[in-house]
Design a protein around this ligand. Structure first.
Ligand code: RIB
Ligand code: CA
Length: 308
């Protein structure tokens, strides 16, 4: 079976890190590039972290392109309170001997799509949608080249995690999210409604650490740091593993289920900006995932990263 061509757009972040490691461990996927976006932590940290992750996976052949430094309109909001000052606290990532690829991430996304056959490129944004929104705005002719945008973001029946109304990735750049959801590109969304059901329990973390490999030990160390915030805030037995849901879906769609809706992003009201809602009476523009087979998901995550 031909591996699916994907670009991972990311703001590592420990959960981004496990998503990237899972993707690099998946023969089902061909990661043609990693593009970075300011989010959990600013540039250049998200780029440095992405470079370190491909080095950790011994995949320095995968180019890492530096992307936007801030949202399209709003001031950048970051989340060191969750991820720590480096963004990947809990692990020390190796130095990448190749270094960042030349050119801007947005231009690389455009270039890859323009050179690709119709509906052949899958974009996997794991952070604010700034790079994706800018690429669509700069070069709308890429739209028919994109097979699907699979995004971790938004919150529907769940409260937000950044404001009561908004999830972080949608809150940071709601205007870019608006561009994506009005582009006509098929969008599959992994909101908090489903990622809050993907809680990485201590036994999952121990199972990962027990592999003893550098990627597995680093991944377990990152989760042990990252989980403190959510466990304390929500009084949970484990931390939600948000971003790996995107990659796990691409590996095995049967892990998830959801419904098609017309998704709207609030870009106007300061109280609710970044809120994602499902509006009725309009043709669907997205599949919104709500259910997960959590045990099979964690089996996949731990065994694949453990054997990377
Ligand atoms: O709200 C969770 C999302 O925001 C995740 O992608 C996390 O990495 C942060 O980017
Ligand atoms: Ca992220």
């Amino acid at each position: 079976m031909t591996p699916r061509s994907i670009i991972i757009d990311t703001d590592p972040g420990q959960d981004d890190a496990l998503a990237i490691l899972l993707a690099l461990a998946a023969p089902e996927l061909d990661v043609i590039a990693i593009t970075t976006v300011a989010g959990n932590v600013p540039q250049p940290l998200v780029t440095i972290n992405s470079l370190g992750l491909v080095a950790l996976a011994d995949r320095e052949d995968i180019p890492v392109y530096r992307g936007c430094e801030r949202p399209l309109l709003r001031t950048l909001v970051t989340a060191e309170y969750v991820h720590g000052p480096t963004g990947v606290d809990g692990a020390t990532l190796p130095v990448n001997s190749v270094g960042v690829a030349e050119g801007h991430a947005v231009d690389h996304i455009i270039s890859v799509c323009l050179d690709a056959p119709a509906a052949s490129v899958t974009l996997c944004p794991l952070g604010p949608l700034t790079n994706i929104g800018m690429a669509i705005a700069k070069e709308p002719s890429i739209i028919p080249k994109i097979r699907e945008i699979v995004w971790m973001g938004g919150a529907f029946d769940e409260p937000g995690n950044t404001t009561p109304a908004a999830e972080f990735n949608a809150y940071v750049d709601p205007h870019a999210a608006h561009i994506v959801f009005t582009s006509g590109i098929p969008v599959t969304v992994f909101p908090l409604d489903v990622t809050h059901k993907a809680l990485m329990l201590p036994r999952h973390v121990e199972a990962l650490a027990d592999y003893g490999t550098a990627p597995a030990v680093a991944a377990a160390g990152m989760i042990r740091f990252y989980e403190v915030y959510d466990i304390d805030k929500y009084d949970l037995p484990g931390a939600p593993l948000h971003d790996p849901c995107v990659i796990a879906y691409l590996i095995d769609e049967s892990l998830f289920s959801g419904q098609q809706h017309h998704v709207v992003v609030d870009t106007t009201n300061e109280e609710t900006i970044g809120r994602t809602t499902e509006s009725t009476g309009t043709a669907p523009n997205a599949t919104v995932m709500t259910e997960i087979d959590a045990e099979r998901f964690f089996d996949l995550v731990t065994t694949r990263i453990g054997n990377l």
